[in-house]
Ligand binder design. Structure first.
Ligand SMILES: Cc1ncc(COP(=O)(O)O)c(C=O)c1O
Length: 466
């Protein structure tokens, strides 16, 4: 009997959560059931997911920022099908394949400056690991600095430079020599750099957790420019982690372009894959790259078996072509600005919206304690149980009542983050803003369903800690 994926999917569809409970992460299953995200999606296209009854779900989560060009883009699907039809040789390893060469050329073009040497991996964390190694090899120094609140991935090197105890706890000891500085604090950065042992300073130009960046929250607009200059002065490489904010997400090809930066190393992943085949890239100046592959014995000293596989290269090439041909970077800027403006308008109506901040299609909505006596008291109770419970109720009701997918922006913060595909139009913007309006409206009537769900969630939050 030959393998038939279509029959397999048809026969077993709906067993999703039972299978995961039995064989995969049953704690995640518990969480998804609690927050009402336990759906079975039958298909996806563009900005939408669909269940088997044809109900559409507006995807403002985008697989944590993977679907910049939308789901199942026809150009990508065709490119993958065509590549399969070519029966290409892939992962010969002891050869130089055409497609990885072409993607290297394409990435060098968008990276600009003299950043023209790339290594391809399979994920964001993997290319950040490479960034740590490249920086150490080039500078012959040990230490890496990153920012407070950073997120660079969950393998050991990347986890070590991720300043977040929720992710680190229970997994120590981590990489030695890592230091964290606050976004905006140049004095501490300079004091650290002056020690002369810092190989690299890595930043997410627009930080994923909470969506923070210079120019908001009291951080000087020129912070990155001055930080980069300090790095140059002290022989430290300036590294931009563009895994989430890169490839058009913030309305520029790379988020560092907002501040006219000139990083020594860039890492990218997520959007580059087009959401079909994982691919990550680290792109650096040739001299830095050659410090790693410094002689013939070291020609594969940093490598990854699947790193340059043809299907990943096809997706990278096709995604960059779609971004260019459909002018999606510009569209991310325009639609993101339109969405932000609509949310700022909504904030005038709902005092619970404290701030709307972001760039392009990477937007945070931060909430604050309401002023009404009863609402204020309830907020305080939620806050005591678990900071971040309030945005969790928003995320839940956006899904339950409006079939809109969003996420909380990080641990211990009253912020939701939206990462829509750059292809959103008026319809998607209106649907999201109306949905949020209605959810916030229902918060105003105490003892309504929003409140009872919040109380239920608080109970679960306590239980989940056990
Ligand atoms: C800025 C940033 N860096 C690195 C990573 C890790 O990427 P991955 O999950 O592909 O390992 C992420 C993932 O969310 C990220 O947002």
């Amino acid at each position: 009997m030959s393998f038939d994926i279509k029959s397999l999917v048809a026969a077993r569809f709906g067993e999703n959560y039972a299978l995961h409970e039995q064989y995969l992460n049953r704690t995640l299953v518990k969480v998804l059931r609690t927050i009402g995200f336990d759906k079975c999606y039958a298909r996806a296209e563009g900005c939408y997911l669909y269940d088997k009854d044809g109900n559409d779900y507006l995807d403002f989560l985008s697989g944590y920022g993977v679907y910049g060009i939308g789901r199942n883009h026809p150009v990508l699907k065709q490119a993958v099908k065509d590549a399969l039809d070519l029966d290409l040789s892939s992962m010969v390893q002891m050869d130089c394949a055409l497609l990885s060469g072409l993607l290297g050329e394409a990435v060098a073009k968008i990276a600009g400056g003299d950043r023209d040497a790339s290594f391809f991996g399979n994920s964001g964390t993997e290319v950040n690991e490479a960034a740590i190694k490249f920086a150490r090899a080039h500078t012959k120094r040990d230490r890496i600095l990153s920012l407070n609140g950073s997120y660079h991935g969950l393998s050991y090197g990347s986890l070590s430079i991720t300043q977040n105890t929720n992710f680190q706890s229970g997994f120590g000891p981590l990489l030695p020599g890592v230091g964290y500085v606050a976004l905006g604090d140049l004095d501490t950065l300079e004091a650290e750099l002056r020690k002369g042992d810092v190989a690299g300073f890595i930043v997410e130009p627009v930080q994923g957790k909470g969506v923070h960046f210079p120019g908001v929250g009291g951080v000087a607009e020129d912070y990155y420019t001055r930080a980069q200059a300090l790095c140059r002065r002290h022989g430290t490489l300036f590294i931009c982690d563009e895994v989430q904010c890169g490839l058009g997400r913030t309305g520029k090809m790379f988020a560092f372009e907002h501040w006219g930066l000139d990083p020594d190393i860039i890492t990218m992943a997520k959007t580059l894959s087009g959401g079909l085949v994982p691919v990550g890239a680290i792109t650096a100046r040739r001299a830095i790259y050659q410090s790693v592959y410094s002689n013939m014995e070291r020609c594969v000293v940093h490598s990854s078996t699947f790193g340059r596989n043809n299907l990943a290269m096809v997706c990278g090439l096709a995604t960059l072509a779609v971004l260019r041909d459909e002018q999606l970077v510009e569209r991310s800027h325009e639609r993101g600005a339109q969405l932000t403006a609509a949310l700022l308008e909504l904030a005038k109506k709902h005092e619970m919206i404290k701030e709307v901040r972001g760039k392009g299609c990477m937007i945070a909505i931060e909430f604050q304690k309401p002023s009404g006596l009863l609402l204020k008291a309830a907020w305080s109770i939620f806050d005591k149980v678990n900071k971040g419970l309030f945005p969790e109720t928003i995320v839940h009701f956006l899904m339950k009542e409006h079939r809109v997918l969003t996420q909380v922006a990080g641990h211990n913060m009253d912020v939701i983050k939206i990462l829509p595909p750059y292809t959103i139009g008026d319809r998607e913007i209106e649907r999201f803003v109306n949905a949020l309006d209605k959810v916030l409206e229902s918060w105003r009537s105490p003892f309504g369903s929003v409140w009872s769900f919040g109380a239920n969630l608080a109970k679960h939050a306590l239980a989940l800690k056990k």
